[in-house]
Design a protein around this ligand. Structure first.
Ligand SMILES: C[S@@+](CC[C@H](N)C(=O)[O-])C[C@H]1O[C@@H](n2cnc3c(N)ncnc32)[C@H](O)[C@@H]1O
Length: 259
């Protein structure tokens, strides 16, 4: 379950001070007038020229963690070249012109949701942790201002919500065609912790220990299928056998067909 270590918010320049202060107030965090002061607090949020980022003051060499749909791996050009054949596209049931509506109940930094939205799916993203939600909200806002990504972002709707509450409140008429889960999992392989993002996520979020319960709930709510992303060699979530599996090099998609 999510933990919230003491965190503060700062800005890289005087012009970004107002949004930083507003965010600190909204999240009930401390506002730090200088980055140097923020660094002593361990994890801290910083408004920089490239948007909101999460820094680890104790490991500054690791660099910041932020959501980004404009450049980097998910950059517009790369996206349009290579994602059509990704396992996630097949897992959610993209076929011909069919584009299922997807509820991503573990949004994180929104990469999987962005891939699905790039392929034409309408995706509702749920994120329960306020800090991760703030990072994602900021990235979506930036991508909305960027003409090449704006038409994709239109298909993404972010909600700050706990999956179990959201699913419990859905009426049958609102039930999504596909529910997608990518929970944090217990990490036995230390080498995976080398990834800076994984380290920071573990520090901030711990593990998603309720994931198996969310899967059971999702199986009762989705219209057509539930998809769970797992490490390639992991047991199915909560021991619940999927209808079929799509193997990638390090991850696997477990697909539960319904109806
Ligand atoms: C491994 S990350 C997901 C990464 C994401 N698929 C991506 O592409 O960036 C898991 C995220 O889901 C969120 N999460 C886990 N369980 C949740 C729940 N029950 N309700 C809402 N959010 C949840 C966590 O806070 C975390 O940010």
């Amino acid at each position: 379950m999510a933990r919230s270590p003491k965190l503060c918010v700062c800005a890289c320049s005087a012009t970004l001070q107002a949004p930083a202060e507003a965010l600190a107030q909204r999240l009930g965090l401390l506002f730090c007038p200088s980055s140097e002061q923020a660094q002593t607090a361990g994890l801290y949020l910083r408004y920089g020229e490239h948007g909101l980022a999460l820094h680890d003051g104790e490991n500054p060499q690791q660099g910041p963690v932020y959501a980004d749909f404009i450049s980097g791996k998910l950059g517009y050009r790369k996206t349009h070249g290579s994602i059509r054949h990704e396992a996630i596209a097949r897992a959610v049931g993209l076929k011909g012109g069919h584009r299922p509506g997807v509820l991503d109940v573990t949004a994180g930094l929104g990469r999987d949701a962005f891939i699905l939205a790039s392929l034409g799916c309408h995706v509702t993203l749920l994120e329960r942790h306020p800090i991760i939600h703030a990072l994602l909200e900021d990235a979506l806002h930036r991508a909305q201002q960027h003409p090449p990504t704006a038409p994709i972002i239109v298909r993404m709707r972010l909600k700050h919500s706990e999956a179990s509450t959201y699913l419990a409140d859905l009426t049958p008429a609102q039930s999504p065609e596909v529910i997608y889960l990518d929970p944090m999992y217990p990490q036995r392989d230390k080498s995976a912790l080398v990834k800076k993002e994984m380290r920071v996520f573990k520090q901030l979020l711990g593990e998603d220990e309720d994931a198996a319960q969310v899967l059971q709930q999702a199986l009762g709510v989705a219209q057509k299928r539930v998809v769970v992303k797992r490490p390639a060699k992991a047991e199915p979530l909560g021991g619940c056998r999927p209808s079929h599996q799509l193997m990638g090099s390090s991850t696997r998609m477990d697909v539960y067909l319904l109806g």
